[in-house]
Design a protein around this ligand. Structure first.
Ligand SMILES: [Zn+2]
Length: 79
């Protein structure tokens, strides 16, 4: 039986104080009137995925959001 080694990311939402700095992007902030670095914050945990909110790092205005679908945690079940 094949038993390939997968790198399964462990992403249980038990680290509320940590942010994924890798994904830090710049989004246009209407308040600062320019593209600003953003902070990503977990907003909601939905059945279809986790909803994140992006906040301007300077003034904390919400400048966007996104839902990360829970596709990474799928367990490969093979007969
Ligand atoms: Zn701002």
């Amino acid at each position: 039986m094949m038993n390939p080694t997968y790198r399964v990311p462990i992403r249980k939402n038990k680290r509320p104080a940590q942010y994924d700095q890798f994904e830090a992007t710049e989004l246009y902030c209407p308040r600062c009137r320019q593209a600003m670095p953003v902070r990503k914050r977990l907003l909601l945990v939905l059945p279809e995925g986790d909803k994140y909110e992006y906040l301007c790092a300077a003034c904390l205005t919400a400048v966007g959001d996104k839902i990360e679908k829970n596709t990474e945690g799928i367990t490969l079940v093979r007969p």
